[in-house]
Design a protein around this ligand. Structure first.
Ligand code: NAD
Length: 487
């Protein structure tokens, strides 16, 4: 027997301990060649004062083993600590979240018979950077940040995954009809990278109709690649219509580290009752075994699990009088899987993973590009305007403040309020005053940071409350900013 692969195990909160124990019992019975090392993360650790939800010693274990099998963690909603899951994904640079969604008809009730799709979700960027501000009494903002290397590596990962797992099509979902710069970058990079994979079909869909199609015609999808927020939603939609959120596992993959977890949360409503379905975490553990190159053990466990489903031995969340034979709890389900180790399913296609076929996919997203000429040509100055000073009056006060920078337009939440506002009742309390070196976008000239600082000093003298500035750049003459509606 070769040396056991060390893995870090975190039981997590709520139903975490029950489903993790069930999963580890099955891995042990199947002789998985692993050496689990336990760490404690989650609610208890938050309360001990570790604001990240993970103690220092646990980071050391993680960095050494490079593999984490994790139970779900309870995250406070709307306030309190930041999500440990997001912290782990970002700190360990787990850039790809991979969620296979499958149906198990006729043994498990499903809204659609033939779902076999994989959602590859970007895991580190987008609104999940967690950069949020309250800017005025009434206005809050969340920054959506995308980087070109971030887009490149997740899209490259999706195509590499499709190739390794014999998938034929990658669908990109974005909202680039509205967010032309951020989502536009994602779509653009998708088209670029697709050219490197002529053997795989590719398509782009706007995310709203794309999500509707995932719900109504999931069988038309194979691999979906999308941004963090959309991916979070779409993968739950897909898992739910496939059967139960209790069934699906997820892999969070980085070039150096990987984390495997169920897609569901800590289910506090059923914790400690021995009724939770351990299948989501077990499927995550199967992905882990493939990742650490133990494909035979992965297949033995998956086949025993499929046989258990075929035999109608189901936990409460997937039980139905029509499709099931016996309703069991968490422990009994695990025992049923263990009893079936070595058997192959009769109806479902048996899992058969080739040795070495699914070793890890490394993506660095470094498509070399010549550096563009970046030129500062203006600034957006955002002000808090609690007294509802109207556009005309504001513009009159701001018109002669700088020789280099001219007031071009004032907007509120993207809508023009000066000049020539056509809005009936404009919202005035959050104003963006756009200054450019000239009104003519084709003749923009460079300005300096000093020019902007002088302008800001003038704002302060006038008593305007500047809440944020955003520099306006051109890159090789191309505008690096969106135009306001009506500009
Ligand atoms: P949830 O997934 O925990 O529960 C949603 C519903 O599904 C509940 O009715 C629950 O009983 C049921 N359910 C979930 N897993 C099940 C299983 N294995 N077997 C049977 N039924 C199951 O979602 P929630 O209630 O929105 O979140 C609870 C907590 O989990 C929150 O603190 C949330 O932040 C956290 N959460 C953690 C993760 C993670 O650790 N990756 C993911 C999602 C939510």
């Amino acid at each position: 027997m070769s040396i056991k692969t060390p893995i870090t195990v975190a039981y997590g909160d709520g139903i975490g301990p029950e489903i993790m124990q069930a999963t580890l019992d099955i891995l042990t019975a199947a002789h998985a060649n692993i050496a689990p090392e336990l760490i404690e993360v989650g609610e208890k650790i938050y309360r001990e004062g570790y604001t990240s939800g993970i103690p220092d010693a646990a980071w050391d274990t993680l960095k050494r083993t490079k593999i984490l099998l994790k139970g779900p963690i309870t995250t406070p909603q709307g306030g309190g600590y930041k999500s440990l899951n997001v912290t782990l994904r970002k700190t360990l640079s787990l850039f790809a979240n991979v969620r296979p969604c499958l149906t198990f008809t006729p043994y498990i009730k499903s809204h659609c018979a033939n779902i076999d799709l994989v959602v590859v979700r970007e895991n580190e960027e987008d609104c999940y950077a967690g950069i949020e501000h309250r800017q005025t009494e009434e206005v809050f903002q969340c920054l959506k940040l995308l980087s070109r290397p971030g887009c490149e590596r997740i899209i490259q990962y999706a195509f590499e995954y499709a190739r390794k797992f014999n998938r034929h099509k990658v669908s990109c979902l974005s909202k680039d009809n509205i967010m032309k710069m951020t989502d536009g970058l994602f779509h653009h990079v998708f088209n670029e990278i697709a050219e490197d994979y002529p053997d795989i079909q590719h398509e782009h869909l706007i995310v709203d109709i794309g999500t509707a199609l995932v719900a109504s015609n999931p069988e038309r999808f194979d691999v979906i690649v999308t941004l963090n927020l959309y991916g979070d939603i779409i993968s739950d939609v897909a898992a739910q219509i496939a059967g139960s959120v209790g069934l699906a596992g997820a892999a969070n993959i980085g070039n150096q580290m990987a984390m495997f977890e169920a897609i569901h949360g800590s289910a506090p409503d059923i914790a400690g009752k021995d009724i939770a379905n351990p299948s989501g975490l077990l499927n995550a553990a199967i992905q882990m075994l493939i990742h650490i190159n133990q494909p035979d053990t992965a297949a033995i466990i998956e086949n025993a699990w499929l046989t258990t489903l075929e035999d109608g031995i189901h936990t409460g969340d997937i039980y139905s009088a029509e499709h099931s034979q016996q309703k069991v709890g968490t422990r009994a389900f695990a025992l049923a899987v263990i009893e079936r180790l070595g058997r192959t399913p009769a109806h479902f296609k048996p899992a058969n993973y080739q040795s070495g076929a699914y070793t890890k996919i490394e993506c660095y997203g470094s498509r070399p590009k010549p550096r563009s000429q970046k030129t500062l040509v203006g600034v957006d100055i955002f002000i808090d305007n609690p007294k509802d000073i109207d556009g005309e009056t504001l513009a009159a006060s701001l018109s002669q403040l700088s020789e280099k920078l001219t007031l071009i337009i004032i907007t509120s939440r993207g809508l023009k309020i000066w000049p020539d506002s056509t809005i009936e009742a404009p919202y005035l309390r959050h104003c963006c005053c756009r200054f450019q070196s000239t009104n003519d976008l084709s003749k923009l000239k460079p300005v300096s940071h000093h020019d902007i600082i002088q302008l800001l000093n003038a704002f302060e003298t006038l008593g305007h409350d500047v809440i944020k500035t955003e520099n306006l750049y051109t890159f090789d003459g191309q505008l690096g900013f969106s135009l306001a509606q009506g500009q």
